[in-house]
Design a binder for this molecule. Structure first.
Ligand SMILES: [Zn+2]
Length: 297
């Protein structure tokens, strides 16, 4: 009898530190869902301590716990932002004109090791194929911004499909890495838009933070505006304007100082966690990963 008691105490004692660590470190996954305000909210992986790896590496290592429901499983819905518990934001740069400012923007992004998502208008991309390929080659993500910048909701389903397909085909011809994102011009869409985009394998993406850079505010006004609204999982809308180009270095610093990483729309909307060492945008990612480029950077 006494022996049994001793064995139980020894077992409890040796397990205790591990149990405490697991309780703190393990986080349950969060399923994708449709929110009344934010529409589609992406899933977020859970994590659990990988005991074997933790012992081997001598530091806490995690295993991914996948969600049961991802974006692909829910009814097609527009997306405004990433998961609110994910400490990352994306710059979504819509390009329909002002290509003369792209080199400066790209330079700032490269110097700061930031990958962004450029949503290109098809008719613009058709005239600037070298620019589109260059953006892709630099490791940024390319999204679909329709072909002619007309309001999608004013078009028939057929015309909406044409807007999306023409740009998608052009991007495929150019050989850029495909992405599943469609940003409707001026953020204008209706149910048909979401349905048509989805039928073509694309999610309709809006934004949660607007720089309103087309008004060409002073750079510090733009920075203050963004910082007043920035949040975990933010999609930050901008264009190659003078204001955004000048504000970009400060904006990157300030967003990072707020504890947020910066990545592409795929990085923000994937279910991959940013707080595990199984590798954000690597093994854990479930959407639009570009591992080889991430590692190279
Ligand atoms: Zn636009």
């Amino acid at each position: 009898m006494r022996i049994v008691v001793v064995v139980v105490i020894v077992a409890l004692t040796s397990c205790a530190p591990l149990m405490v660590m697991s309780e703190k470190a393990d986080i349950a996954p969060s399923d994708a869902r449709i929110d009344a305000v934010w529409k589609a909210v992406p899933a977020l992986d859970g994590r659990e301590v990988d005991v074997e790896a933790t012992r081997r590496e001598g530091r806490t290592m995690y295993r991914r716990v996948p969600p049961r429901v991802t974006l692909a499983d829910i009814q097609p819905s527009p997306i405004y932002r990433g998961h609110p518990n994910k400490s990352i934001a994306a710059l979504m740069i819509n390009v329909a004109w002002h290509e003369e400012r792209l080199p400066a923007m790209l330079d700032t992004l490269r110097k700061n090791r930031v990958r962004a998502t450029f949503f290109v208008l098809g008719s613009w991309a058709h005239k600037h194929t070298a620019s589109v390929k260059h953006i892709d080659e630099m490791g940024h993500e390319i999204g679909n911004h329709a072909y002619t910048h007309r309001n999608m909701s004013s078009l028939s389903a057929y015309a909406q499909r044409q807007e999306i397909v023409r740009t998608a085909q052009l991007l495929a011809t150019l050989g850029v890495h495909p992405s599943p994102w469609f940003a409707p011009p001026s953020g204008d869409y209706n149910e048909e838009t979401v349905r048509v985009a989805w039928a073509y394998g694309l999610y309709t993406v809006l934004w949660s933070v607007d720089t309103i850079d087309w008004r060409e505010p002073k750079p510090d006004v733009l920075v203050q505006r963004v910082m007043a609204h920035i949040h975990a999982g933010a999609l930050v809308l901008m264009h190659p304007t003078a204001a955004a180009t000048q504000a970009l270095p400060t904006l990157i610093d300030r967003i990072r100082a707020r504890g947020l990483q910066l990545g592409t729309v795929s990085d923000v909307l994937s279910s991959a966690r940013t707080d595990t060492n199984c590798g954000f945008a690597r093994a854990c990612a479930t959407l639009g990963t570009r591992e080889e480029r991430f590692v190279k950077w």
